[in-house]
Design a binder for this molecule. Structure first.
Ligand SMILES: Cc1cc2nc3c(=O)[nH]c(=O)nc-3n(C[C@H](O)[C@H](O)[C@H](O)COP(=O)(O)O)c2cc1C
Length: 217
């Protein structure tokens, strides 16, 4: 399939699994996952992350990925249920063969209120932060496409409870990172699950509705 065809075919699939029947195997092995991540990390990036972020992992890219395979998704599911989560996130963890907690890395002096549960004011909107988010988003889109090519269903979630300080602490993700996407990989074939598509999938409009030629004549 051409890249253009892949771009057109990519779709969100949210798989609401059975809490009592978590999946226990994966269609993609861990080393192949790292190959997909490596390929996706060819996404463009402009500014190196603040050096404070290089203490956990050393790369200058403005994103980090904390990876969970199916059995750890299941442990995280149990953690959320014990914490009183009644959303569909535990069901999706039950159906996931991988979860990638993809964070972006705000410049240290722009972080506000982290850990205080105030998501609306987590960081200052600086030009550098905008570019960090843009680069991390390009990485995520690449990861979605790479996953689709391997035959899994993918879902970019804002995270719900997965972006909470409690989950970050449970997964040992530094609190100065911010979740940009909880990226789910679900197996193509799954029993006892409900599959939902993205609410906005047909809402884009035509190219004329979101682009125009600049006429300088
Ligand atoms: C930054 C971002 C956050 C998203 N968060 C959610 C989410 O929390 N819940 C959800 O149902 N879909 C979420 N989505 C997926 C969108 O719903 C989906 O992309 C949209 O409906 C279009 O569908 P499509 O991806 O199949 O074209 C998110 C997408 C992006 C880019």
């Amino acid at each position: 399939m051409s890249i253009t065809a892949k771009l057109k075919a990519r779709r969100t699939y949210k798989v609401i699994g059975d809490l009592k029947a978590p999946i226990c195997s994966a269609s993609i092995d861990k080393s192949s996952v790292d190959l997909l991540l490596t390929a996706s990390a060819n996404a463009p990036f402009h500014c190196a992350c603040d050096r404070v972020h290089k203490t956990e992992l050393s790369s200058p890219v403005p994103w980090r990925v904390h990876k969970l395979q199916a059995n750890d998704c299941n442990k995280l599911k149990d953690f959320l249920i014990e914490s009183g989560d009644v959303t569909k996130v535990p069901n999706m963890l039950s159906a996931a063969e991988y979860l990638f907690q993809v964070t972006w890395l705000p410049d240290e002096d722009t972080i506000i209120n982290r850990g205080a549960g105030n998501d609306e004011q987590a960081f200052s909107g600086t030009l550098r932060n905008m570019e960090h988010i843009a680069a991390a988003s390009a990485f995520i889109q690449s990861l979605l496409l790479a996953g689709e090519e391997q035959g899994v269903m993918t879902y970019w979630s804002s995270g719900g409870a997965l972006k909470s300080a409690e989950v970050f602490e449970y997964l040992k993700i530094p609190l100065n990172q911010l979740l940009l996407g909880a990226i789910f990989f679900f197996p193509k074939e799954i029993e006892h699950a409900q599959i939902k598509q993205g609410a906005m999938k047909d809402a884009r409009g035509s190219v004329e509705e979101w682009s125009k030629w600049c006429d300088l004549s």
